[in-house]
Design a protein around this ligand. Structure first.
Ligand SMILES: Nc1ncnc2c1ncn2[C@@H]1O[C@H](COP(=O)(O)OP(=O)(O)OP(=O)(O)O)[C@@H](O)[C@H]1O
Ligand SMILES: [Mg+2]
Length: 336
């Protein structure tokens, strides 16, 4: 089991590009933590620093109580799963799973037992004699996971492990990774740019932008109380509406207001005490309709029931509960 702690950890690449700016983070034993954010925000950099694949430019990195700044990846007892996993093409599944154990000098009985247990855990029992090219994408991904699992490391690091899979398989594997974590009770650190993956998998989510941590919180808290405009805009589909107070009929200075699409009630025609606007776009999602409305020069999107019938150009009313409003300082972007 492993705890991981980063204190003002910094990575400056050659040429002065800062990949990670003073990242401070404590990850508890057995916790599932995701690093999420847009491309280039420093997720992989941070993960690679923890793994020991990159040298640290500043700060202190600990695994359990040991400062590991200068330890090699091998000395850190970590398993890493990448987006592009290279399985050994000439070895069958059994050989691929056994390989890390062979390298570490395990005896045959231990190898056989671990391979059997791992195959069972990942539903690979019937595939042990197949070569990678005789497997589907999802099965290959499972073998790659299995290869990380056999050594029973105390810490698992994942860098976008599902992004080569199609949408359906991705969702299925996502569930499997979550179940795996529940069974293993090991510490998982998981990099993704996918907000849904971060939300569904994690005990806590670390949101990054331009090398800096924006917020660290459980998924629900991130969604209900985003620390700044960036976090507010990153989570939620459709995106939160961020507008001037005047658009919502309010008077406040220096504030940007946020209202989630599910917190906007919508109806056709006009209604007393409600906002009025014209429908700009209707997007039927099957389970609901996303309706974009022009209101006083800004566009607001509302989630309406599936049977809400409306056309482009029609007049609609919008209502919201003021308790549902998010307030951000326009200049700093910070939550008020
Ligand atoms: N070896 C390197 N040398 C110089 N700059 C690098 C190097 N690796 C990454 N960077 C830069 O550091 C920043 C962070 O990169 P990083 O790979 O951590 O992003 P990321 O969040 O993993 O993005 P993605 O979602 O695209 O994988 C980027 O600006 C990137 O260009
Ligand atoms: Mg990356």
């Amino acid at each position: 089991m492993a705890t991981v702690s980063l204190e003002a950890v910094r990575k400056e690449y050659r040429g002065g590009v800062v990949g990670a700016k003073d990242v401070t983070l404590r990850i508890a034993d057995g916790e599932f933590v995701s690093l999420v954010g847009p491309s280039g925000c420093g997720k992989s950099t941070t993960l690679n620093l923890i793994a020991g694949l990159e040298d640290i430019s500043g700060g202190v990195l600990r695994i359990d109580d040991t400062v590991v700044n200068d330890l090699s990846p091998r000395e850190r007892d970590i398993a890493m799963v990448f987006q592009s996993y290279a399985l050994y093409p000439h070895m069958d599944v059994r050989g691929n799973l056994a390989f890390p154990l062979k390298v570490s000098g395990a005896d045959k009985a231990t190898i056989d037992q671990r391979v059997r247990e791992t195959a069972e855990l990942l539903g690979l029992e019937k595939l042990l004699a197949r070569r990678p090219k005789e497997l589907s994408g999802g099965q290959r991904q499972r073998v790659a996971l299995g290869r990380a699992l056999v050594r029973r490391p105390k810490l698992f690091l994942f860098d976008e492990p599902l992004s080569n899979l199609d949408a359906a398989l991705r969702t299925q594997m996502r569930g499997e990774i979550k179940k795996l974590h529940e069974r293993l009770k090991a510490t998982f650190i998981y990099v993704t740019h996918d907000q849904a993956e971060a939300m569904t998998l994690s005990d806590r989510v670390v949101v990054m932008n331009q090398g800096e941590v924006q917020q660290v919180a459980p998924p629900r808290e991130l969604y209900d109380a985003p620390a700044n405009l960036f976090v507010a805009g990153f989570f939620g589909s459709p995106r939160i509406n961020l507008v001037k107070p005047e658009t919502l009929g309010l008077r406040e200075e220096g504030v940007t207001l946020g209202i989630r699409p599910e917190h906007l009630e919508i109806g056709t025609g006009t209604a007393e005490g409600a906002l009025s606007g014209r429908v700009y776009l209707v997007e039927p999602m099957g389970s609901e309709n996303w309706v974009t409305v022009d209101v006083g020069g800004e566009r607001l999107i509302a989630r309406a029931p599936a049977d809400f019938s409306v056309r482009t150009g029609e007049t609609v009313w919008l209502r919201f509960d003021s308790k549902r409003l998010h307030r951000f300082d326009t200049a700093s972007g910070r939550r008020r």
